[in-house]
Design a protein around this ligand. Structure first.
Ligand SMILES: [Zn+2]
Length: 91
C-alpha cells in the first residue's frame, strides 16, 4: 500500500499520514477532521513537544503552535487547551 504523505503545519516536514493528526475548525472550535471542510495536519512530534511544558524550547514550540492555530482559525483564541484535550482522547 502506498503511504500518503502530508505536511505538518508546525515543523513543515512531509510526514506519513499515520503520524499526523488531521484537524479542522468548526464554529471557532478545534476538532478532529470530520470528512468535510478545510483541514490541516500537525505531527505527533510537534504535539508531544507541547505536552511537556517545563523546558524553554517546549514553551516556545507551544507559542508557535498557538499562533499557527490562531492563524488557521482566523481569530485570536488560544487553541492549545483544545489541542491537548483532543490528543488525550486520541491517545
Ligand atoms: Zn510537526
Amino acid at each position: 500500500m502506498k503511504s500518503i504523505i502530508r505536511m505538518c503545519i508546525c515543523c513543515r516536514k512531509k510526514i506519513v499520514r499515520l503520524e499526523l493528526l488531521r484537524l479542522q475548525f468548526k464554529d471557532n472550535d478545534l476538532i478532529i477532521f470530520k470528512n468535510s471542510g478545510r483541514s490541516f495536519y500537525i505531527c505527533f512530534n510537534c504535539i508531544k513537544g507541547i505536552s511537556a511544558i517545563n523546558e524553554i524550547q517546549q514553551k516556545s514550540l507551544e507559542i508557535k503552535i498557538k499562533n499557527l492555530l490562531s492563524k488557521e482559525a482566523k481569530n485570536k483564541k488560544n487553541y492549545i487547551f483544545q489541542l491537548k484535550e483532543i490528543v488525550e482522547h486520541v491517545g
